[in-house]
Design a protein around this ligand. Structure first.
Ligand SMILES: [Zn+2]
Length: 625
């Protein structure tokens, strides 16, 4: 008997359940009984307690008000100051999505507006916060989500059927192993396969943007990888070295679910689109098309931090804040009803930054820790963040004084917004009095930050909601819309430019560098990691020449690196994290670092904590228990 059949046995006969459906691990009951739809919540609550599953009641289409009249009623019900930007109806699931710039007002006191809609139209309404910053791309992502709701319902049902499938192994024989397809003893193309008797799950699926040949992509020719067998993909965060290869899976036949946070879904779609654009600009063939990215968006099931969900018959996951970039998560995997627990940290920061709260460290159980080591060398000790913030402002002031321009290459997401918050404060306090330009897709990413304030630091939330001083829309920043404006900046006076890409691998940052590099009055400040093989890394290591498009450029501008603004932990933070993580893991697998850093962290952990540690190489497979 399926779990749905068991639940239906407990539902009163007059509830008139006309159809049922899975939405991933959630179970949806559709009713034809208007009274039960409005007043059945106590019965549903009891079922949730009995079955320990999320169960939701929706209306059968036959009792709902027609779509047009519902639109009109919702519009009429919403107060003007709710600032409604869109109302989407999903007839296949009986849902009304209301996008609002002021969700509190849209929902109303104790949810009274949503209740009104439910009672009058028999649709289930919910409110989604819309960014106060205009961004076409993010609007398009939202549209893709509601475009084909019949397909979406079918897809979510199929995912649920897989989750609730009978266990092949009857739970008798348990094992778990992890294969490294990329990101082991290197930074870039993170991709790991977790296998159990019931599951094949990919953790991240990235590219290595700094590499030049086939080393850019995860090694999916490994014998244990078969695209048809993958049950689920979990994405820790949106950076291309963790999610840049994902659309390629869809191009080659994957059609299963992707789990991540909502901001990760939005930001990664943007970064993947930009990756195509940059490939074209470098006259390279893009490895996938916009259509594939659309499929990624459609197949994503978003989770909030701390939300527990089954993803296969023997694996349950929970995402926790990683403090690295907007929406970044640590992935907790609960295998075989608690037989083994794994924490995959992704990239993480243990200290609070201006933008984000510190990474999570308490878990019910963790036996195996899989963790990054980007800044894991013994001498990777960052100066305190406050000091770096002051230094950044000082470097800018010096450059302005000598009538130069400052270029800050940024990753688009993460450091860009961190730097924006710092610069906004300096601008507001009149420490910086020149224009600050933002070029590349930084602006679209910033719009996504604005749409998900609950993922930002307490301080920013305070600023946005209580002081009405959103740092991103304060007027300190000028968006660079195109070629003409870029030219004007290049020919103009002292200024600060934030531009992608962060490692000077294509994008407007390279255009600015070509024009700024000759003049020693100018300055470039690195605030993010420079991958081996990238132009950024070469210049950081002291090279004072580079070739772009067959032209050799002399580099006379001075170059600074501010490591203290990193979204990664440094050596001390890594050690502190394992000191304070609760409970203490028995095994630590170190990945996502250059060769020597992975090895150094593995031996550092072993010496201090006397636990089993290992720094596997790509194509290695490790038995977890
Ligand atoms: Zn990252």
């Amino acid at each position: 008997m399926t779990v749905i059949e068991k639940i239906l046995e407990k539902v009163p006969r007059d509830a008139m359940i006309s159809s049922t459906s899975y939405e991933g691990a959630n179970i949806i009951l559709y009713t034809k009984n208007k009274r039960f739809y409005l007043h059945g919540s106590d019965i549903i609550r009891r079922l949730v307690e009995d079955f320990k599953k999320r169960i939701e009641l929706r209306s059968d289409s036959s009792i709902r008000m027609d779509a047009e009249a519902t639109q009109a009623f919702v519009k009429k019900t919403m107060p003007t100051d709710a600032d409604i930007t869109n109302i989407f109806l999903e007839p296949a699931r009986g849902l009304v999505v209301i996008e609002s710039k002021n969700p509190g007002r849209a929902i109303g006191k104790d949810g009274e507006n949503l209740k009104k809609i439910k009672e009058k139209t028999y649709w289930t309404a919910f409110v989604r916060r819309e960014s106060t910053i205009q961004s076409k791309i993010t609007q398009n992502i939202r549209k893709v989500l509601y475009e084909d709701n019949v397909e979406r319902r079918k897809f979510l049902h199929k995912v649920g059927e897989r989750i609730y499938e009978h266990k092949k192994s009857n739970g008798k024989e348990m094992w778990a192993r992890l294969s490294m397809f990329g990101g082991a003893r290197q930074v870039g193309r993170s991709c790991f396969l977790l296998q159990t008797p019931e599951s094949k799950i990919l953790l991240d699926c990235g590219v290595n943007v700094a590499a030049s040949n086939s080393d850019q992509y995860p090694i999916l020719t490994a014998p244990e990888f078969d695209i048809q067998d993958i049950d689920a993909v979990i994405i820790s965060h949106a950076h291309l070295d963790h999610a840049g290869f994902l659309p390629y899976l869809f191009k080659y036949g994957y059609n299963g679910p992707i789990y991540c946070t909502a901001p990760t879904r939005d930001v990664m779609a943007l970064l993947q689109l930009d990756y195509i654009k940059v490939s074209h600009a470098q006259a390279k063939n893009a490895i996938y098309a916009a259509e594939d990215i659309k499929q990624v968006v459609k197949n994503t099931i978003t989770l909030d931090y701390n939300e527990v969900t089954d993803i296969t018959p023997d694996v349950r996951i929970t995402l926790h804040n990683a403090g690295h970039i907007l929406g970044s998560s640590m992935v907790h995997l609960h295998i075989g009803d608690g037989w083994h627990n794994v924490l995959y940290t992704g990239d993480f920061k243990t200290k609070a930054t201006k933008l984000l709260n510190p990474g999570h460290w308490t878990f019910p159980r963790v036996e195996t820790l899989i963790t990054e080591s980007t800044y894991g060398a013994p001498d990777d000790i960052m100066q305190p963040r406050e000091k770096s913030e002051k230094e950044l402002v000082k470097l800018i002031k010096e450059t302005i004084k000598r009538k130069g321009k400052v270029l800050i290459p940024v990753l688009g997401v993460g450091r860009a917004q961190e730097v924006m918050v710092i610069l906004e404060e300096a601008f507001r306090k009149e420490k910086i009095k020149v224009p600050i330009y933002v070029d590349g897709m930084v602006w679209d990413v910033t719009a996504i930050h604005n749409a998900y304030p609950s993922f930002l630091s307490k301080e920013i939330v305070q600023q946005i909601f209580y002081n009405n001083k959103d740092p991103f829309t304060s007027g300190a920043f000028n968006e660079v819309a195109g070629y003409k404006e870029r030219q004007a900046i290049i020919n103009g006076g002292p200024c600060v430019v934030l531009a992608t890409s962060g490692m000077l691998v294509g994008g407007p940052s390279v255009e600015y560098l070509k024009n700024f590099c000759d003049d020693k009055k100018n300055r470039m400040v690195f605030v993010c990691y420079q991958g081996v093989g990238s132009l950024g890394n070469t210049l950081q290591r002291g090279e004072r020449k580079f070739i772009e498009g067959g032209i050799t450029y002399e580099v006379n501008l001075d170059i600074h690196t501010l490591a203290g603004l990193s979204g990664h932990s440094d050596r001390n933070e890594f050690m502190d994290y394992v000191r304070k993580i609760s409970p203490m893991p028995r095994k630590i697998i170190v990945v996502h670092g250059e060769n020597s850093k992975c090895l150094s962290m593995a031996s550092g952990y072993h010496k201090e904590f006397h636990v089993e540690t290992t720094a596997p190489r790509n194509l290695d497979a490790i038995r977890l228990r």
